[in-house]
Design a protein around this ligand. Structure first.
Ligand SMILES: *[C@@H]1O[C@H](CO)[C@@H](O)[C@H](O)[C@H]1NC(C)=O
Ligand SMILES: *[C@@H]1O[C@H](CO)[C@@H](O)[C@H](O)[C@H]1NC(C)=O
Length: 376
């Protein structure tokens, strides 16, 4: 009796064992790549559970934008992510931006010092990592490199604070702060992670988005060297995990919202190194209209005089994280979507495709913007 009972049970449990999926596959020693995550591709999309790998192969590689909302707990933020912009009643904090730029005498001598020498060296280093996928060893190593570089570039000004913002994955976001006399924040951000179409593909990510990272670094180098002492506190953000659904920036801005930080302006720049039009492009969706108007004046005054305009949709870049947390955000890119780099998210997004004149144009924009906005 006992044995006839135990035997089927044993057989049943053996077949159960056989029926469960294969052991969770450790990925580069940091968690499973088949862990399920909840992503949204639009406000009205209720969300889809996908694996980490599917995010890259089925969405990023096909240029489908999404936001990973698995870790977003703030109800206000979740509501904002599910409410179409045109019916959203959740406004960013109302800030009146200047109707004209007015600090040229301070900004122009700084802008005159910007070069492409540093960006060429740094982009060579960043694109040499096999990829900068946020869950890979090389993605973490790229973070270590960037942290050391940010410390190097700011070593001449001991007032500047360089820190890491850690995440549930190993690649950290990196935050560089130039303290002002006011704690109110003006933020410029770019993500530094990259993918090449899958978690294991080569992903040099030159335009997307080492270019944005190098643009900000060059602006940081000059502001540090000149010991620029702002009224508002300036922060340079280098986000991890953008390609995983804005993971790094979502965590940073959730933290800032819960801490009650006062962000006066956040400008994201992603791709800055491929621009057949030779004009900075100012994107208008998921952005604060007042700030975007001010950003246009900065482009006209400091970065080439003319701009193009486009929209890039839900979750297209890190400004969306500032926006969904109620902060005024804006997005500046190297080109309109139609004529943008055809190489991004693939192994062909290589250093050789980068136009460093465009990178320099965006560095000029960044310094002009930070000098002007430091007085907001
Ligand atoms: C930082 O500077 C030191 C000393 O000049 C140098 O050895 C090191 O390679 C630099 N690191 C980076 C990441 O540039
Ligand atoms: C949620 O986000 C809002 C801004 O959208 C912020 O005011 C609030 O403090 C946040 N709540 C928590 C619990 O972090």
């Amino acid at each position: 009796m006992l044995s006839t009972f135990v035997l089927p049970l044993f057989l049943a449990s053996a077949s159960l064992v056989a029926a469960v999926p294969p052991q969770v596959r450790p990925y580069f020693g940091q968690g499973a790549n088949d862990e399920l995550r909840l992503i949204k591709t639009s406000e009205l999309d209720p969300g889809t559970w996908v694996t980490e790998e599917q995010k890259i192969t089925d969405y990023v590689a096909k240029d489908i934008h999404f936001i990973d909302i698995t870790d977003i707990k703030n109800e206000t933020t979740l509501a904002r992510l599910s409410t179409p912009q045109e019916v959203s009643t959740l406004e960013s904090r109302a800030i009146t931006y200047p109707s004209a730029i007015s600090h040229q005498t301070q900004a122009n001598p700084l802008i005159a010092q910007l070069t492409t020498t540093g960006p060429k060296t740094w982009m060579t280093a960043l694109t040499t990592f096999y990829n900068r996928y946020y869950r890979s060893t090389t993605g973490t190593q790229a973070g270590t490199y960037l942290l050391a570089l940010a410390k190097n570039l700011t070593a001449s000004n001991p007032a500047i604070v360089v820190s890491t913002f850690t995440h549930s994955f190993n690649q950290p976001s990196i935050i560089v702060k130039i303290p002002g006399t006011s704690p109110n924040l003006v933020i410029v951000g770019a993500h530094y992670d990259s993918t090449g179409g899958s978690s294991t593909a080569r992903g040099p990510g030159a335009d997307d988005n080492a270019s944005g990272t190098c643009t900000l670094l060059e602006a940081l180098r000059i502001l540090s060297l000149s010991r620029f002492a702002p009224k508002n506190t300036l922060e340079f953000h280098f986000y991890a995990g953008e390609e995983g659904g804005l993971l790094g920036s979502a965590a940073v801005f959730a933290n800032y919202a819960s801490a009650g930080k006062n962000v006066l302006a956040m400008v994201a720049q992603d791709m800055t190194g491929y621009s057949p039009s030779g004009k900075v492009s100012v994107y208008t969706d998921y952005a604060d209209a007042g700030l975007t108007g001010f950003v246009r004046k900065v482009v006209v005054g400091y970065a080439g005089g003319a701009y193009t305009t486009d929209k890039c949709g839900y979750g297209c870049s890190d400004h969306a994280s500032a926006f969904s947390n109620g902060f005024p955000a804006s997005y500046v890119c190297d080109e309109v979507i139609k004529t943008s780099s055809p190489y991004i998210h693939s192994p062909q997004d290589a250093l050789s495709t980068i136009d460093f004149t465009a990178v320099l144009r965006h560095s000029k924009f960044t310094v002009g913007f930070l000098v002007e906005a430091s007085y907001l």
